[in-house]
Design a protein around this ligand. Structure first.
Ligand SMILES: Cc1ncc(COP(=O)(O)O)c(C=O)c1O
Length: 388
């Protein structure tokens, strides 16, 4: 059967990066330790579990279409949180609820960039942002930002960024704390981003989904800098903050007219985020402070024990939930470190291959240290050490 042709963008998007590893895992008989996906083994705060919601109140709302910006009590609570906690001066109407941060970023890219425009990615970067850009025929331009700054604290962040700007550049995607290497941007780095964005008239997409998980230096929201507030869209996620990835609730905050454009994209893709899930998100937000403190302490301990146990070069991440491992000494070649990751998969442990995190990352691999409880994490690291 011959189908009519697919879109160019769909053809260009990569398939799952894990297939080769899953094939090797198939032969493994035993306890599989999945350290490849960015998730948490913790259940959400009790207040935010579906089993704790009183869905009998206002039952009609569960089944009706909801307002396009999001459920008003959740929008109001997030507006307050963004003002107080993130110190971002959002007006009423400056927050849009989305189906996770993935959808938030897709809507933001759709609202700000046209086909052929360039989006600067600070690498290594969260892989899906490249596909989100690709699906709109937006061109990704990689800048080895945290790679350079972590290797050489004397490097000039302004110079690194400024030389990547062209006449087609429209926006910079910034992730702090960064997935995968955990860099938390400090004021000097944010100031460099502000100067480049102002001089070249660029938007900034601030992906701050790991805002609550910093261990060595405080998180500063990109849009809390006065120069950046009018040109920045900030993205947050209940997946990361409260362990509710399955609920698919996230949000974008920014200047009201820009959020109106984002809202059109959201409204024309999911219409509105399911009401029941927004209720559970609000309950986590209002009753989850204890969870955040507890999760942060557990994650910090897991990070420290994982770093101490690993016998490959690894920098202790300042934030996020990942270790980014340099496996350059274990193979290399056209497939980067995939062959060694296949051997690790054959021992029942999955890591994320580095290539999708940026052109210079093929010899690297990402390990999520919050995906499983600590005893299984350390068992996984033990198996990795033995393979290496
Ligand atoms: C940096 C970053 N941004 C966005 C997302 C997407 O999160 P969500 O589950 O809210 O779509 C992730 C998920 O791993 C992430 O690591």
């Amino acid at each position: 059967m011959t189908f009519p042709r697919l879109s160019v963008a769909a053809g260009a998007l990569p398939l799952s990066i894990f297939q080769r590893l899953y094939d090797r895992l198939a032969g493994f008989r035993g306890d599989v330790i999945p350290l490849q996906i960015g998730d948490t083994y913790l259940l959400p705060p009790a207040s935010g579990r579906l089993s704790e919601q009183d869905f009998t109140a206002d039952e009609r709302e569960l089944y009706a279409y909801g307002p396009a910006p999001g459920w008003p009590p959740l929008v109001a609570a997030l507006t307050g949180k963004v003002r107080r906690h993130n110190r971002i001066p959002v007006e009423d109407g400056g927050v849009q609820i989305t189906a996770g941060a993935t959808h938030a970023l897709a809507c933001a890219v759709g609202a700000l960039l046209d086909p052929g425009d360039e989006l600067i990615l600070l690498t290594p970067h969260w892989p899906l942002i490249r596909g989100i850009a690709q699906s709109r025929s937006v061109v990704s331009i990689e800048v080895p930002f945290s790679q350079m700054l972590l290797a050489d604290p004397g490097a000039d962040p302004y110079a690194l960024l400024a030389r990547a700007v062209s006449a087609r550049t429209r926006a910079i995607y910034v992730c702090t704390p960064n997935n995968p290497d955990g860099l938390v941007l400090d004021l000097a780095m944010l100031d460099a981003i502000a100067r480049v964005a102002e001089q070249a008239g660029l938007w900034v997409l601030a992906d701050e989904v790991y805002e609550h998980y910093t261990y060595d230096r405080p998180h500063v929201s990109v849009a809390s800098l006065p120069a950046l507030a009018p040109r920045t869209l900030t993205v947050g996620s209940f997946s990361k903050s409260y362990g509710q990835a399955g609920l698919r609730v996230g949000y974008v905050a920014g200047p009201r007219p820009v959020i109106e454009a984002v809202r059109k994209m959201s409204n024309h893709s999911v219409y509105n985020v399911p009401h029941a899930l927004q209720r559970a998100a609000l309950a986590a937000l209002t009753g989850g402070d204890g969870f955040l403190a507890d999760a942060r302490a557990r994650y910090r301990q897991a990070r420290d024990r994982a770093v101490a146990a690993l016998r490959v070069p690894v920098r202790s991440p300042q934030g996020s939930t990942y270790l980014f491992l340099d496996l350059g000494g274990h193979g290399g070649g056209v497939d980067g470190c995939l062959p060694v990751l296949e051997r690790i998969a054959a021992a029942g442990v999955l890591l994320a291959p580095g290539a999708p995190f940026g052109l210079a990352s093929a010899d690297w691999a990402r390990l999520c240290f919050t995906a499983v409880p600590e005893d299984r994490l350390l068992e996984g690291i033990d198996r990795i050490n033995r393979v290496l």
